[in-house]
Design a protein around this ligand. Structure first.
Ligand SMILES: [Zn+2]
Ligand SMILES: [Zn+2]
Length: 384
């Protein structure tokens, strides 16, 4: 599979985005391509997961490389030829590129396996809000495919093409999603005193919640509280009885997240009491902080330097991101490292204008290949 084939695969995946746990076509393509390289892919973990294993020339330690496969519920904007063929779905996080690069690495390593040990190539569903990594772990990923170390990679808009970056310790935030349901009493728009208007109370919640960040959380501990949906009302002369709000909290510190949850609960109780309504908050889908470990970061840095070459840049102390990553679940189970690959000046992740830059495919593949060889050498220094 040459670079032109990989680019056309990436564009094909981009044109056919599938959201969490519905990656059926994507998984079929991944499995078919792995089989064409001589692998015997295993399927079915987390519904649409695909895993292939490569054995080195001798027994040794095992490592796990993970790429995510899912797209997002966003309407793509633009007029390029590989634009999404599906209304309301697009690859706005570059997982089409991640899948392509790991397949490219599987192709290269099949022809030039590491000196020892095993590489598990994991194509994971449901990263976007589905905690697909956790689902795979819960269904026995590490029991069926034992790995001593785990590695993940994400493309990174804003980081120049040719650069790679990572950091020691926490690199991406942990977080929770939440659903707030306000139940009041519907009434005529001209007689607000006869009802309990859920909409204005919801609006107050949106504003007040920001004080939990600006006045209750330590300015030295970054934290984000974002309310992302607000649904209420049916027409222009009825005050609505209910309002629902959804959003997320993120922090690099677990204690901070717990403090924010307590603050939101207090705010809900206070507003409910003041306005005589009920406000329920449900917190769900916790993502852990993604934390890199020292030895694995050193291995990743050596592979990054090899992948970027003489002209490229390797940043070893990038600013952490307040975005979350379900690869954090894998890093809770095994030591490993998550790294970023520059996607240049593209639109940001999760933007309707975003696109993965195909020129970085060779670099991503070079990183995976160099990392496999660095981790699975018979040299005593790198053995576990
Ligand atoms: Zn994303
Ligand atoms: Zn992503």
């Amino acid at each position: 599979m040459d670079l032109a084939d990989l680019i056309s695969l990436r564009k094909d995946l981009h044109a056919h985005p599938e959201v969490k746990f519905e990656e059926f076509r994507t998984a079929d393509r991944v499995a078919e391509i792995l089989s064409s390289f001589g692998y015997r892919p295993s399927r079915g973990l987390a519904k649409t997961g695909v895993i292939a294993s490569l054995h080195g020339k001798k027994p040794g330690p095992s490592i796990l490389f993970r790429a995510d496969m899912d797209a997002l519920p966003i309407e793509e904007r633009g007029d390029h030829a590989h634009i999404s063929r599906h209304v309301g779905r697009m690859h706005a996080c570059g997982h089409d590129g991640h899948t392509t690069m790991l397949l490219g690495a599987a192709a290269v390593l099949a022809l030039d396996p590491p000196e020892c040990g095993t590489v598990h190539f994991v194509f994971q569903p449901g990263e976007e809000g589905g905690a697909g990594a956790k689902v795979m772990l819960d269904e026995g990923l590490l029991e069926q495919f034992p790995a001593d170390r785990v590695f993940g990679m994400h493309n990174w808009p804003g980081l120049p093409i040719g650069a790679m970056a990572t950091r020691a310790g926490a690199i991406m935030a942990g977080g929770w999603r939440f659903l707030i349901t306000i139940t009041g009493q519907g009434s005529h728009a001209a007689q607000p005193h006869l009802g309990r208007d859920a909409l204005t109370i919801g609006a107050a919640f949106v504003q007040e919640a920001q004080l939990l960040i600006s006045r209750r959380s330590d300015p030295m501990e970054p934290a984000v509280l974002s309310i992302c949906t607000f649904h209420s009302g049916t027409t222009d002369n009825i005050l609505p009885e209910t309002a629902t709000l959804r959003g997320t909290i993120r922090s690099l510190d677990v204690q901070e997240l717990e403090a924010l949850k307590r603050g939101m609960t207090r705010l809900a109780e206070g507003l409910a009491h003041t306005h005589e309504v009920t406000i329920a908050i449900e917190f769900y889908q916790p993502y852990p902080v993604t934390v890199n470990t020292t030895d694995e970061m050193a291995l990743a840095l050596s592979a990054m330097r090899s992948a970027v070459g003489a002209q490229g840049t390797v940043i070893s102390n990038m600013k952490p991101s307040m975005a979350s990553e379900d690869f954090g679940f894998m890093l809770q189970k095994r030591p490993g490292t998550f790294v970023m690959l520059g996607n240049g000046s593209s639109a940001p992740l999760h933007s309707p204008d975003y696109d993965f830059d195909d020129t970085i495919i060779p670099q991503g593949i070079a990183y995976w290949v160099a990392l496999a060889h660095a981790c699975l050498r018979t040299n005593k220094d790198t053995e576990l």
